[in-house]
Design a protein around this ligand. Sequence first.
Ligand code: NAD
Ligand code: SER
Length: 331
Amino acid sequence: MIDVQVSSDYLHVMVGVSGSQILVTGALGQIGSDLTNTLRAMYGEGSVLTTDIHDEGSQEGPFQLLDVLDYEAISRAISEYSIDTIYHLAAVLSAHGEKDPDLCERVNLGGLQNILDAARNHGCRVFAPSSIAVFGPDSRPIAMQNSPLSPTTVYGRTKKEGEEMMLKYFHNYGVDARGLRYPGLLSWTTPPTGGTTDYAVQVFYEIHENEKYDFFVRGDTKLPMMMMQDAIRATMELMGAPSEKLSRWRPGYNVRGVSFSAMELAHCIRSRKPNAVMRFIPDERQHIADTWPEDVDDAPARNDWGWESRFDIDQLVDSMMAGVAQSSSSS
Ligand code: NAD
Ligand code: SER
């Protein structure tokens, strides 16, 4: 579990929104598990209804099975718990999406539309993440906020269309919908699955357990990444920002954490674990990685709502190694 420093990190964004009743979809995933801890620390355990399409049986606090393709079930949950804010995390990620494009479109676009319709009908605010996958090869090496969006993956297209849908619901129906183009996220609470940036997390688990790891991308593959603590703080800060401060980028602000190549990450790990053996054996996920930017420029997020990342690559590696060691010893 990530540290939840409510008093120092989040108090300023709680002004005016304490008392919120919150619904989290896809809550058992990589982001949902950490975001839920933060939301419950901020608003109280009973104020956060977590939901997912599967049930692990060990969740604390209110939990319901909820398929985001079922509009009526979403609407019932919102009424039952008097929900006013939705964190919509249910999705199919990039590598999984290329293998099952129909499911990716159904869940990422159909699910988002259901959430936005429910938000419109029940007067809820919505946070729904976008991704660096909205960019295509023409945005390399550094994607600016206003770089053209030409994704070549199904997942990227769903994220681009998702941003457009959120802006439409904001302008046409007054739904306060907000989003971030998250980079690849690193955490140790819940392992990532189905994504292209998963290697940047898997390497820490494998090196901790076996002292060896085969990256599924080339060593020179450089992508934008971010520690989960930064991603959660960015989410809370965006959701706490006054609506009038946000610009047309409200459904998909670029947020920069740190950018590094797989080789640079391997060097940083080896400087702390000299016996670690790491190789680079690209698979089909290399093709996806090759279409994404190496870095992003996040000037609008910094200007509009004061975004600032806190982790450099050394802090990120130290934090991941300590977190993985701690979670392995307690499991
Ligand atoms: P994840 O795959 O870990 O979790 C997604 C969750 O959604 C899973 O628990 C899954 O069971 C659930 N789900 C799938 N289909 C569902 C359905 N029909 N109804 C209800 N739940 C369903 O993903 P994550 O990493 O937590 O990502 C959350 C959001 O953040 C997604 O929108 C993703 O695109 C975005 N994002 C993630 C990253 C990252 O690096 N993790 C980066 C950029 C954007
Ligand atoms: N981390 C995500 C993925 O690799 C990016 O959205 O799919």
